[in-house]
Design a protein around this ligand. Structure first.
Ligand code: ADP
Ligand code: ZN
Ligand code: ZN
Length: 664
């Protein structure tokens, strides 16, 4: 009797074999209901092995194979298997990650079962195309002249240089040739804007947008439309990388450097890296676009793995914004705002232009403290302070979310004079409203834009010119295009100059280039004012000159000297438990397991507590693994994790592996 190997979404590294009387090769890639433990589970048939791993007499039969939906294609399963292998995740969990929620259920979503009706569409389009700039024309010509098949391109184009126009032209080529386009964007908040642009450009195309805020039914429907080959363009955030695309012809990755392409929980995959793998697998071109490429991609371009395309000038306005440094050691700040910044905002108000004040810290103040006894508003569950949120009168932990009312007096000594220290967006917003009573000040951060609807209405009111001064976190930095915005003021950037994470300067540079890129995108010239106590810092000097190349050279030199990525490969084994000792002890045992492996090409560091050691009542520690070569790291991890699975971790301990971690 035929045997099927099933990926079942459980945290175990193997497939499970079952008997299936009538199974054929056509059932590979189908959902299946199987007995599991004392209950039942749904899984995906990954293979029809010649012989079972164990004695067939001990195998149980499947309950039901779902044959009324198409099976997932082999290339999709290869992608999922690669994801499981590369990120060392259980195959069943990789399947559950890659399928829209609800598909692996006894009663799958109706949207999935019903073949989708498509309305007939007009196949011609009428929209007028902008004349390409010389730079855009060169870039397009280079892409079009390349041989067919897999080519990874790195499109490094300054903000506003018209990278999106390149994406759209290449997408048009692919659609005309009968191919499907996969377009990845980092932020859900950016999908509506881009979707609008894509729909206007391709009114006749079937465009599916996929992200985690979609209702389950809509996501399943989009997935199905892509699988059936009906969708022409799939536009989405990182999870869209798992969309089955039988006619795939092109992959576009916008803002390729963005950290949100990397999932930070569960299976810690990088959608950007998987997308490049997929382009290779399917032998199609992939374009990675950014104004500030990740140093990993930049290095690939330097050593010829990727082909570099450049757009050094803006498409519309003739110049990039002027960047000026304000030395805050020489002036008195008013709630963080220096006199030159104050003047610059006033000048914008007079001219009817918008200003954006960028501060990457939410809330009113990062901590509430008692000067009499030294009490601070620590989170009882985390090694972090609770942040003062004056707008809703709460103290809130940004790590675990725990919150409580703001006390009137010190909870320890009853002193009435407790004070918020430091500054977040709410505090700056409040002060700006006082300083400029005639202006409308609008704050945009995760608190102000808690729901998608509120976010949309905030963005709409900015676009409609209803706000004069915007105060925002990095949420504001990305993508948005506001024609009347001509001033960007940056507060509190210095903190990242001295952060412990070796990627902090890279992130800061990217953020400041991006947020600065919001200034003067249309005809009006833009200006960026950066307040700092380190006016001579080389990072700021690269910013003044808009010199990404110089910054990348400087950073890569330092990374090379320290043997950090991209010159080495990393993974992190993390463990968390109610007691720190348990987490550290587990990592120590794990490290002990490597000695017999004699992994000379792999370096293991000592277990250390994580920077935010305590999170939501759990103590966390980590162990860094480093290798010069990707294959050496992967070979080691495969053998090592087998042993770690066998280690018998204490019940209350959890551990995870993070391959190519972004935060170390
Ligand atoms: P990027 O993605 O590189 O930041 P965009 O593609 O958003 O830049 O382009 C910036 C602005 O320039 C947009 O308003 C876009 O419509 C406009 N634009 C891009 N290319 C052209 C062109 N060839 N002619 C006129 N306007 C253009
Ligand atoms: Zn006190
Ligand atoms: Zn907390």
């Amino acid at each position: 009797m035929p045997v099927v190997s099933v990926a079942v979404p459980v945290p175990l590294p193997q497939l499970f074999d079952y008997l299936a009387e009538d199974a054929t090769a056509a059932d590979v890639g189908r959902c299946v209901r199987v007995p599991f433990g004392r209950g039942e589970k749904s899984g995906l048939i990954l293979a029809l092995p010649e012989a079972a791993g164990i004695d067939p007499a001990r195998l149980k039969p499947v309950i039901h194979i779902q044959r009324n939906v198409p099976s997932l294609p082999p290339d999709w399963m290869a992608l999922v298997e690669f994801t499981a292998r590369y990120y060392h995740a259980p195959p069943g969990e990789a399947v559950a990650l890659a399928l829209p929620p609800g598909l692996l259920q006894a009663k799958p979503a109706r949207a999935w079962l019903a073949a989708c009706a498509i309305e007939p569409r007009e196949r011609h389009h009428t929209c007028a195309l902008p004349t390409l700039t010389a730079g855009q024309a060169d870039v397009l010509a280079a892409c079009r002249a390349a041989q067919a098949g897999f080519v990874p391109w790195l499109l490094a184009g300054v903000t506003g240089s018209g990278k999106t126009e390149i994406y759209l032209r290449l997408a048009a080529d692919t659609l005309a040739a009968g191919g499907q386009v996969l377009m990845l964007v980092p932020e859900i908040a950016l999908t509506p804007q881009l979707e609008e642009r894509v729909r206007t450009r391709f009114p006749a195309a079937c465009i599916v947008s996929l992200h985690s805020e979609l209702a389950t039914g809509a996501r399943a429907r989009g997935f199905r439309q892509a699988l059936d080959g009906q969708a022409d363009i799939v536009l989405g955030t990182r999870l869209a990388v798992f969309t089955p695309l039988p006619r795939l012809g092109l992959i576009l990755i916008d803002e390729e450097h963005d950290a949100s392409y990397k999932q930070q929980e569960g299976i810690r995959y990088s959608a950007r890296d998987l997308a490049v793998w997929r382009a290779h697998q399917r032998n199609v071109p992939v374009i990675l676009g950014s104004a500030t490429p990740s140093l990993e991609s930049w290095r690939h371009a330097q050593n010829g793995h990727y082909r570099l395309l450049r757009l050094p000038a803006r498409a519309l306005s003739s110049t990039l914004p002027a960047v000026r440094i304000i030395d805050t050691r020489r002036c008195r700040l008013d709630e963080g705002i220096s006199p030159p910044l104050h003047e610059a905002i006033a000048a914008r108000l007079e001219r009817g232009e918008q200003s954006l004040i960028f501060l990457n810290r939410r809330g009113y103040a990062p901590v509430l403290a008692c000067l009499a006894c030294g009490w601070v508003s620590r989170c009882p569950h985390c090694s972090a302070n609770r942040v003062v949120h004056l707008a809703d009168k709460r103290l809130r932990c940004h790590h675990c979310g725990a919150d409580s009312p703001i006390p009137r007096a010190c909870p320890v000594c009853s002193n009435q004079d407790i004070q918020p220290f430091g500054r977040g967006t709410q505090r700056v917003e409040t002060r700006l409203a006082e300083l400029f009573p005639a202006a409308r000040v609008l704050r945009i951060d995760r608190d102000a834009a808690r729901t998608p609807a509120r976010r949309e209405s905030l963005l709409a009111s900015i676009a409609a010119g209803e706000a004069n001064i915007l105060v925002g976190t990095q949420m504001m930095a990305k993508g948005h295009d506001f024609p009347r915005l001509t001033l960007v003021g940056v507060l509190g950037a210095d903190a990242s100059l001295h952060a412990a994470d070796f990627r902090a300067p890279e992130r800061l540079f990217q953020q400041l280039m991006q947020v600065g890129g919001r200034a003067g995108r249309a005809e009006l010239p833009g200006e960026v004012l950066i307040q700092t106590e380190y006016p001579a810092h080389p990072l700021y000097h690269c910013l003044i000159r808009h010199d990404f190349d110089a910054f990348a050279r400087m950073e890569l030199d330092q990374r090379l000297a320290a043997n950090f990525p991209p010159f080495s490969r990393q993974a992190i084994l993390r463990a968390d438990a109610p007691e720190l000792a348990a987490a550290v002890d587990f990592l120590r045992r794990a490290k002990g397991e490597t000695i017999p492996l004699a992994a000379s090409k792999v370096r293991l560091f000592d277990p250390v507590p994580m920077r935010v050691t305590r999170l939501a009542r759990r103590e966390r520690a980590q162990l860094l693994i480093e290798a010069d070569q990707r294959t050496a790291l992967q070979d080691f991890l495969t053998r090592w994790l087998e042993r770690i699975h066998a280690l018998n971790a204490p019940r209350e301990l959890r551990w995870q592996i993070d391959v190519d971690p972004l935060e170390v």
